[in-house]
Every structure is written in C-alpha cells, then in structure tokens.
Design a protein around this ligand. Structure first.
Ligand SMILES: [Zn+2]
Length: 345
C-alpha cells in the first residue's frame, strides 16, 4: 500500500486535488497554493471541521506567494492562531483587502515577471487567482476583464485559444484557463507609481526640525518617535542626521540624500513643531509618491500649522507626556500601516 498521499485527497486551503506526504510536517503540493508545509496531526483535525477556517483563501494566497518567492509557508496550529489574532495579517506580507488592492497586487505581480510593456506572460486564470488574494477564479476573471477594459486598459488579456472561454463555467479546474496577460504602457506607468510606495520596505523616514540644542524636540524624538517606530511597531527609523555617509555634508547634497531616503521608505512620520518649511516640503514629496504621512505637532505650535494640514489627524503631543505621545504614535502606525518586521541589524 502506498501510504504517502492517499489520506487527504484535497488541499485543506483551497479544495483542489493535492498531494500530501505523510510526514509529521507534511509537504502539500497543490495547483493553486503551490507548495506549503502543514502539521499532519493538525491537518487531520482540520479535516474534521472543513469549511470553518478563518480567511482560508488568504492562507492559500500566502502559501502561493511565499512559495513563488522561494520561502516556506509552514501551517501549524500556532501560525493559524497568530493569523487569526492579527485579523488575517501575516508578518512581512501586505495582504490586499479591497478590490483595488487585489488588482494592484496582480499588476505588480505581472510587472515583476515582464521584461517590458506588452511582454506576454502566461497565466492560468483557473489556477492563478491566489496570486492576487482572490477568493476564487470568478473574482479573478472579473478583475482581468476590468483591467483589460479598453476605456482604462492597464493589461491586455488574451486567451491562447478564445474557445476556452466558453468552457470556464462547464469545466472548472481542468487546464482550460491558459491565457496571455501583458501590461500596457499606461499600466506600466501606473505600476511604477505603485512601486514607489515600497510595499516591501521596512523603513520609516522621520521629517522634523533637527537641532541638537533643542532638548524638547530631541527628547520627543529619542523617547517617543524613535521607540514608537523601531521598538513598538518594528520599522527601521531613519532621521537624516543619523545616516552616516562617507563624505561630510558639505561635500554631498543633503537634499538629494533626503529624497533618496524618502524614496526607499514605506511611510513617513512628520513632526511640524517649530513650523519648518523643509518638513512641509518633505511631507509633500512623500505624499506625491503615495506614501502615508503620519503628522505630529507639539501642542504649543498647533495654531501655527498651515491651514491645509491643520486638521484633527495630527497627533498633538506635550513635553511632559512623551510616554503618551509614544503610545499614540505606535497605535496610529499600527492602524494605518500595520506592524513591521524589523528587528535590528
Ligand atoms: Zn491549495
């Protein structure tokens, strides 16, 4: 008797025909999820409660994305517990939630495989819906149609054999879904803008007045801003004066260096205390790149804020309550950006 792949005929994450090897941590090979690893005893228990897995399609997509990037997705009870506790987040991966985010993630995926606009990339729309975190092929196909609509065409979506189309409903999962997808020139331009938002970056750029003699601001940075970013939410915190360079400031253009670092960041924390023009400028630049800018200001300067930034979304802080500031900033980062994975170098 072949004991290796017969106990569980379908993938626990997507119901496709799949093979498991009966090891303690079993390898599952699935046409949708690719390859992932699962605790075999846990798998046995999950099988008895089928259909009751929280955000199952997201787990399937995580497995798919990680294995495509040659990383290992190990699905254990502990991983599942964490996943559920974090409301469907997974460390180091941005999980697209809205239709727009799912389409964006698909465009990024195709562009990463393309050498140039209109480079034809083969996909299988019956099997590849997990690359963009779709629930099923139906959701995925509708995005493909939407993105290839001539009015806003971002991709070309060509069936290898147009006849295949009429088989979609009649024959799910039987290899009829092969097609070419290529990114159009407007699509390419669009994705380039998306790429600037640096979804994989773990850097946070801090824009603020830098003056070593200003103890109030230095304390705010060292006791609240930096620990909120680096310790509480786990992003690498960068203020431009902390970036060591081979040459003194007088020999390099500090503005160029600032913009290079902002280009690499995932988001920005901007402190508007003392009303510095460079902070407005850097924050505006970051916004233009599509980065989230988290704004703060000392209570004494709130009235000086320029009109267009003076609204309730500033985190207003006081010198005597820096622990409160740190906590509020950490909460804001976590709710707007999510937690990072930076743990020191
Ligand atoms: Zn699967």
């Amino acid at each position: 008797m072949n004991d290796s792949s017969t106990h569980f005929p379908t993938c626990i994450l997507c119901d496709s025909l799949a093979t498991y090897d009966a090891q303690q941590i079993s390898q599952c090979v699935c046409p949708i999820c690719n390859t992932y690893f699962i605790d075999y005893m846990y798998l046995a228990r999950l099988y008895s409660t089928r259909g009751d897995i929280y955000n199952r399609h997201v787990l399937s997509s995580i497995a798919r994305r990680l294995s495509e990037n040659e990383m290992k997705f190990e699905f254990t009870e502990e991983v599942y517990k964490q996943f559920k506790q974090n409301k469907g987040k997974y460390p180091g991966l941005d999980i697209p939630k809205t239709p727009d985010e799912r389409m964006d993630s698909f465009l990024l995926y195709i562009k990463a495989k393309s050498r140039y606009p209109y480079d034809p990339i083969t996909i299988d729309y019956l099997l590849d819906y997990a690359v963009s975190f779709c629930v099923d092929t139906n959701e995925f196909q509708n995005y493909l149609f939407y993105l290839s609509d001539p009015r806003i065409e971002r991709i070309k979506f060509n069936y290898i054999n147009p006849q295949n189309h009429k088989h979609i409903i009649a024959h799910k999962v039987n290899g009829f879904g092969k097609c070419f997808v290529s990114i159009t020139v407007p699509g390419w331009q669009y994705v380039q803008k998306l790429e600037k938002t640096n979804i994989d970056s773990q850097h946070c750029f801090v824009a603020m007045r830098i003056d070593p003699t200003n103890t109030e601001l230095e304390n705010a940075y060292n006791l609240a801003i930096k620990p909120a970013i680096q310790e509480d939410t786990q992003y690498f915190c960068l203020r431009i004066d902390e970036k060591t360079t081979a040459f003194p400031d007088s020999e390099t253009n500090i503005d160029d260096r600032i913009f290079v670092e902002i280009n690499k960041a995932k988001f920005m924390v901007a402190d508007f205390t003392d009303d510095r023009p460079n902070v407005y400028y850097e924050a505006g630049y970051a916004k233009g790149l599509g980065l989230t800018v988290i704004k703060c200001c000392n209570a004494k300067d709130v009235d000086k804020l320029h009109f267009d930034t003076r609204n309730k979304d500033h985190i207003v802080w006081e010198s005597g309550k820096l622990d409160v500031f740190r906590q509020r900033l950490a909460y804001r980062i976590e709710s707007e950006i999510g937690k990072g994975t930076y743990t020191g170098e």
